[in-house]
Design a protein around this ligand. Structure first.
Ligand code: ADP
Ligand code: ZN
Length: 596
């Protein structure tokens, strides 16, 4: 097979020699034809001093004075910005007719040269001499050196628990599958910048003793179509050779942005890269023992194709740390530096709500620098306090920091949901309440839902009351309304409309499915398929359901104000309250209430 190729390329070469003899080519004497990737690599290395663009032909002069020509994409002027960014401002030449004529001779020759170069490269690659272009730039974490384990990661116990399984799998893939474990394939870590996503992924590799490939999504997306895709292909090839291993792709949103949603250039490249990634993910089998971990702080913009089963179907939230988490993280980082005995880590943790893991790491680092500058033998409280101020003022902080008023209001809102859930029959038990911001939400109340496939009317009425709990608590405590409840109100309204229009759960409208089953009332043409009078009655009925739910929530809050206040204080103190703690607080604040 190889001999055949060589024969073919020989013939091609022969043909080229003849065409070179043709006088027209005299003008290009002294230039060397290269492939686009090679040219790109040279520009990236800063070896190109000048570039002339003539239609699709790019002529470049290297530092050494060599002239190169490459056939670019159809419209090479597309890449002016890229070249300029890399320090070479291209000049333009018109494609005049004589050039077109010349091109008709040159282009096929260049193509042939391309074929030869390609063959040559194939052979080179076979010889194991890798060409770096189009190769993935994944950095393989050194096996020796500093090994990171779960002990180095503090404050995200839930995420760690989820990742335990991955560690088990990587340690012994066969055993894991024999025991009937569902093999994870792709894992998506979601959390803000500096929340420790990279650290977690490294820790998984460290715990399992597996190689770790680290790459950023933005590194895949290059100006030239096809390069990213070839990097992906190469990355997986490398990984397969090193399996069991972990591939970590930071900022997956750089490649995985919703394909419909992007505007502007460069998306063809991104799409190809994304497609290649999907192909590779679908192509590897459990016995390949490769785990793909991706990180993003914008899960909302990801292409749904990435989230489908068998791809990044496991999602792990890496939240900003709460008080306990911050204490843990500060301890981890302070363990490496000498602390004065009187230092109070808890106090620092209390004073740093909203700090990310990375913020806390740099806080300890700054404190060590302050101490060192003054020649102290260890870090004192004063150093930590100053470092805290520096980090919270500093431009590097990007995470959201709440004012004390914001925190109290958020705590009241969340406690309101939880109290209504606790005292409304039919609601699921409260699992967790937190005022640590996540994504767009300032706080969160989580319940432990039972498995249910259908929902009763009374359950939905309880849900409506629960959704009103946050707003009701704010009104009851502060006598004011805030925009923070908008999302609750939307959800409640949607649920109430569905009850009335779709589920036949309103006596006034009867057991009728009014209109389409979709959420909105706007069919493609004409109005809704019920009368205006019915529309009015639906609105009234929705309003009545929501008013009643609101009244019920306020009653519950009023009747259990002491419990609400106790929960608010606990939230302000520790930021997260779990189900058991919540129950304990409520019992302590409510005399006569029996434990359930
Ligand atoms: P991300 O990838 O989420 O942006 P990183 O994992 O790169 O964040 O975190 C940056 C640094 O911040 C880490 O190297 C570590 O020093 C520190 N850090 C972040 N989160 C934690 C944590 N939970 N425990 C200990 N250190 C942390
Ligand atoms: Zn709410």
């Amino acid at each position: 097979m190889r001999q055949l190729w060589i024969l073919v390329s020989f013939l091609v070469l022969l043909g080229m020699v003849f065409s070179t003899l043709d006088g027209t080519l005299g003008r290009l004497k002294g230039t060397r034809a290269v492939e686009m990737p090679e040219l790109v690599a040279l520009v990236e290395k800063g070896n190109v001093t000048a570039i002339t663009i003539r239609g699709a032909t790019i002529t470049a002069t290297t530092k050494a004075g060599e002239k190169l020509t490459a056939v670019g994409p159809e419209r090479s002027d597309h890449y002016v910005a890229w070249f300029t960014e890399h320090g070479v401002v291209p000049s333009f030449k018109r494609t005049e007719e004589q050039w077109v004529q010349l091109a008709s001779v040159v282009l096929p020759s260049l193509l042939m040269v391309g074929v030869v170069v390609f063959l040559f490269r194939q052979m080179q690659a076979a010889n194991g001499r890798a060409m770096s272009f189009g190769k993935s730039r994944a950095r393989l974490q050194a096996q020796g050196g500093q090994k990171i384990t779960f002990a180095d990661v503090a404050g995200c116990d839930e995420a760690k628990q989820e990742l335990e399984e991955v560690v088990l799998f990587l340690k012994d893939p066969q055993r894991f599958t024999r025991l009937g474990g569902r093999v994870p394939k792709g894992l998506l870590l979601m959390g803000g910048p500096g929340s420790g996503k990279t650290l977690l992924a490294r820790a998984v590799a460290g715990e399992a003793g597996a190689p770790f490939f680290n790459l950023s999504g933005s590194e895949f997306v290059e100006m030239f179509v096809g390069v990213g895709a070839s990097r992906v292909r190469d990355l997986f090839e490398q990984a397969k050779r090193q399996a069991p291993c972990i591939i970590f792709i930071d900022e997956i949103d750089a490649i995985g942005r919703n394909r419909g949603a992007n505007v502007g250039g460069g998306h063809e490249e991104r799409e190809q890269t994304l497609n290649q990634l999907l192909v590779e993910m679908d192509g590897f089998e459990p016995h390949d023992a490769i785990i793909l971990v991706a990180a993003t702080n914008r899960p909302d913009v990801l292409d749904p194709a990435l989230l489908r089963p068998g791809r990044f179907d496991r999602r792990v939230v890496v939240p900003a740390p709460d008080l306990r988490g911050r204490v843990g993280i500060l301890r981890v980082h302070a363990a490496r530096s000498p602390l004065a005995p009187e230092v109070d880590i808890e106090r620092i943790a209390k004073g740093t709500p909203g700090f990310s893991g990375a913020d806390l790491a740099s806080l300890v680092n700054e404190a060590a620098l302050f101490a060192a500058r003054e020649g102290k033998p260890h870090i004192e409280q004063l150093d930590l306090d100053r470092a805290k101020d520096k980090v919270s003022m500093g431009a590097e902080r990007r995470s959201l920091v709440l004012t004390p008023e914001d925190r109290r209001r958020t705590a009241t809102h969340e406690a309101g949901h939880a109290i209504v859930a606790r005292f409304t029959p039919g609601c699921d038990p409260v699992n967790k309440i937190t005022i640590v911001p996540r994504g767009f939400a300032l706080g969160l109340t989580e319940s432990l839902p039972e498995e249910r496939h259908t929902e009763s009317r009374s359950f939905r009425l309880a849900m409506l009351a629960l959704l009103m709990g946050g707003r009701s608590a704010e009104e009851e405590v502060f006598g004011e309304q805030w925009s923070g409840a908008e999302n609750d109100l939307q959800r409640a309204t949607r649920l109430a409309r569905a009850m009335v229009r779709v589920s036949g759960m309103s006596a006034a409208l009867g057991p009728v499915a009014w209109g389409s089953h979709s959420d909105d009332d706007t069919p493609r043409f004409g109005g809704p398929d019920y009368s205006a009078r019915t529309a009015e009655r639906i609105d009234e009925e929705v309003r009545r359901l929501l008013d009643e739910a609101h009244d019920r929530a306020r009653e519950v809050i009023r009747a259990n104000r002491a419990a609400l206040d106790a929960v608010v204080e606990a939230l302000l103190e520790t930021e997260t309250v779990n189900g058991e703690e919540f129950e304990r607080i409520v019992l302590a604040a409510t005399p006569g209430l029996a434990a359930t």
